[in-house]
Design a protein around this ligand. Structure first.
Ligand SMILES: Cc1cc2nc3c(=O)[nH]c(=O)nc-3n(C[C@H](O)[C@H](O)[C@H](O)COP(=O)(O)OP(=O)(O)OC[C@H]3O[C@@H](n4cnc5c(N)ncnc54)[C@H](O)[C@@H]3O)c2cc1C
Length: 326
């Protein structure tokens, strides 16, 4: 159970791929965890409300970022970065702060897609390749209202046999067998939540609602077989699931320090480009900056890590122009 819980906390589908030493640099944020009742978007809306109207443009997927590395040749000094959007439009900029997920960056450094032109330098692509980025999905199941209201759904903590041979309940599908819990989202709620990680999380994304309901109904009836609730009809009538692994704007859920990587790779992720060498300073500085959870050495994988990294890069630009820190 602990292993499966840790798989969802870290997003390492296989804990053997997690570097425990490096993970020890991770810091929990102090204070209580809260659920934002009206949804996470309300936080973004509140942060964005102080910006001038029209400043945030949605639905404009970036397809390519052209920049001018410090290669000793003369470069344009104003607006050296050229950003291409999926609708064919172009924008010129002095600086761009890239906050796409590590999953999108991993795909973006692949040979065919070429998100950056010229491609990112080696220290950057190596950090992107070495760090881990797993898939974690949440599944919400709504209980059918016809069930016995007196029976409050319990917080189920689950452990299943994994081996193929001699499974105690062979009809319980493989993609459920590493799910650690099934719990109401609050005490008396009709909505249950389960977490999935790794290949089980990816499989969940490909299943139909009927297949998911069928899998959970089978599991519940098998578990209650010999209990006093054996005849109580526990039925599910609605399914809602996240699909972070296959969403092309995310391609996974959050980062972890994989075996072979280290906290230094998280720092490399945060390094702006072009990287300053000792000899030539021909191209304009700070053309591409990087923020997002995968650039924070101690709070990676979290929204506060993403937030702090945004402040860090905003401050970097303010200092560059000799403004004070925000
Ligand atoms: C199931 C689950 C549960 C979680 N629970 C918690 C929790 O309890 N607490 C916590 O702190 N964190 C939690 N997290 C982690 C948290 O959600 C992430 O760490 C955080 O959202 C990362 O923010 P980010 O800005 O770095 O990246 P993202 O949120 O991935 O944002 C990247 C943005 O880039 C955009 N984008 C991608 N490609 C392009 C492109 N080509 N052009 C333009 N835009 C593009 C995307 O649309 C997206 O808006 C959870 C994550 C998951 C999946």
């Amino acid at each position: 159970m602990l292993e499966n819980t840790q798989r969802t906390y870290t997003s390492a589908g296989d804990l053997e791929t997690l570097d425990f030493n490096a993970e020890s640099e991770y810091r929990m944020f102090p204070g209580k965890e809260i659920t934002i009742a009206k949804g996470y978007s309300t936080i973004v809306e509140s942060l964005a409300s102080v910006l001038p109207a029209g400043m945030i443009q949605l639905g404009r997927k970036v397809t390519k970022i052209e920049w001018q590395p410090d290669d000793g040749e003369n470069c344009d000094v104003t607006k050296p970065v050229k950003i291409h959007f999926c609708d064919g439009s172009i924008m010129y900029a002095d600086h761009v702060i890239v906050t796409v997920s590590l999953g999108v960056l991993k795909q973006g450094i692949g040979d065919n897609t070429g998100m950056f032109s010229p491609p990112l330098p080696r220290f950057k692509t190596e950090a992107i390749s070495r760090l881990g980025f797993g898939v974690v999905n949440k599944l919400f199941l709504q209980l059918s209202p016809n069930r016995d209201e007196a029976m409050k759904f319990p917080n189920l903590q689950m452990v299943f046999h994994q081996s193929d041979s001699k499974l105690r309940h062979p009809r319980i599908p493989w993609w459920m067998r590493r799910t650690a819990s099934l719990c109401p989202i609050y005490g008396t709620s009709n909505v249950l939540l389960s977490w999935f990680a790794g290949e089980e999380a990816l499989e969940l994304e490909s299943l139909s609602d009927e297949e998911i309901i069928d899998g959970f109904s089978t599991m519940i009836s098998n578990l209650l077989e010999n209990s006093r609730h054996a005849n109580s009809a526990i039925k599910f009538d609605k399914v809602l699931k996240t699909q972070w692994g296959t969403d092309p704007l995310f391609l996974g859920s959050y980062s972890y320090v994989a075996v072979g990587s280290s906290g230094d790779d998280l720092d490399s992720m945060a390094e702006p480009l072009p990287k300053r060498s000792n000899h030539s300073f021909n191209s304009p500085p700070l053309q591409i900056l990087f923020a997002g959870e995968a650039t924070h050495r101690t709070h990676y994988s979290t929204t506060h890590g993403a937030y702090f990294s945004g402040l860090r890069e905003a401050n970097r630009l303010l200092q560059h122009y000799h403004y004070i820190d925000i």
